[in-house]
Design a protein around this ligand. Structure first.
Ligand code: CP3
Length: 344
């Protein structure tokens, strides 16, 4: 792994770049016609995730089209429950559907120990992408944070506030802790294997961190994220890790202080002055253009980009969206955003 020309690794090491490096969450996906063309040929989404040739191709598509500074492995956070033996499907236009785990008894249906080699096609994708990627483009691996993955495992789907998992954790805290511990363990092993296969850095997506009460947030988000980072660094001492705890507002300061990640991903809702003074003062940040400003385009998009740069570009920043790009986003708006960030 060479840091030399990779601007994202420079930022993760704490070095501000004159032009912030840029990539987008969900940059490989349905807003791209070339993604939709491949997706049409593979009816089951997970078959695409586990096909190294096609998954590598899809990972590279946004790099070819836009020249982003990072590629993110094409896969999904729900390959982990799948590998644990839970049934996972993606219904077209409806999102994920899993067999819900609604009682502690149902948890015992999962495999106790997961064979991380079951995810070998994912590591093969990482290898192929690394070989095909320009030397100065960073390759990011990822996993879902245990809390976010658990919300889907328990509810069996996305819900507006992930109430089923929150109720489960209140009713059966010990059973829930067992599930979180299991997810910590497998997620760390999974990230280590991605890094060994050629990922330069990894991101932990905690999309649903923002729905928890503070005590629950400390138990189910902060502590597990810290343990994952520690377990990964026990194997790879200089592993570079980005944490993305969405929707947590002022608790981003606690996350930055207590989770030893190299950078914190910010969503679009956070107060930018607060984030600059209380989060970016502690470590590099990534973010945080509103995906709807990107979708809207025009002046709103330019103003949105300018506002992110004004708040964060004087210190180490990776420019990104505050959450994933939406499928309806026009490609011309992505080009406009890149031009604005890069000053071309
Ligand atoms: O481009 C990339 O960012 C890399 C690939 C990637 C996907 N999902 C592909 C995908 C990554 C990093 C993810 C992460 C992921 N998956 C998260 C965390 C980040 C986030 O966006 O909140 C979550 C919560 C999931 C679970 C998931 N997968 C949901 C809720 C959905 C349905 C909603 C949707 O956007 O369609 C998916 C499906 C999914 N994952 C798609 C893609 C490209 C669309 C499926 C399709 O092509 O039919």
């Amino acid at each position: 792994m060479s840091t030399v020309n990779k601007s994202i690794l420079q930022v993760l090491a704490g070095h501000q770049q004159k032009v912030p490096p840029v990539w987008m969450m969900r940059q490989a996906g349905r807003y791209l016609p070339e993604y939709r063309a491949i997706r049409e040929k593979v009816p089951r989404f997970l078959d695409l995730c586990f096909n190294p040739e096609l998954a590598a191709e899809v990972t590279l598509q946004p790099i070819r089209r836009f020249g982003f500074d990072a590629a993110i492995l094409f896969s999904d956070i729900l390959v982990i429950p799948h590998a644990l033996g839970q049934k996972v499907e993606f219904a077209a236009g409806e999102g994920p559907r899993l067999d819900p785990i609604d009682t502690p008894q149902a948890l015992t249906r999962l495999s106790g120990k997961m064979d991380l080699e079951a995810l070998a096609p994912v590591y093969e994708t990482v290898k192929r992408v690394r070989a095909a990627l320009p030397a100065d483009t960073t390759l990011l691996g990822f996993c879902g944070a245990p809390w976010t993955v658990a919300t889907y495992m328990i509810a069996g789907r996305g819900t507006p506030d992930q109430a089923p998992a929150r109720i489960f954790a209140y009713r059966w805290p010990e059973a829930f802790a067992t599930l979180i511990d299991q997810l910590v363990e497998v997620s760390a092993g999974y990230l280590v294997r991605q890094l060994r296969a050629g990922a330069d850095a990894v991101q932990i997506f905690d999309t649903w961190a923002g729905v928890l009460a503070p005590e629950e947030f400390a138990k189910w988000c902060i502590a597990p994220a810290r343990r994952i980072v520690e377990l990964v660094r026990a194997e790879i001492s200089d592993a570079k890790i980005i944490g993305f705890p969405r929707g947590i507002g002022a608790s981003a300061k606690i996350y930055a202080r207590e989770v030893p990640v190299d950078a914190v991903g910010l969503d679009w809702m956070i107060d930018k002055n607060f984030a600059r003074d209380e989060v970016q003062s502690l470590k590099p940040v990534q973010g945080n253009l509103d995906p709807l400003a990107l979708l809207a385009g025009g002046d709103a998009l330019d103003r949105g980009v300018d506002s992110v740069l004004a708040a964060f570009a004087a210190k180490p920043l990776i420019f990104n969206l505050g959450h994933g790009i939406l499928p309806e986003t026009p490609i011309a708006h992505v080009e406009q955003m890149l031009k604005r960030v890069r000053g071309g």
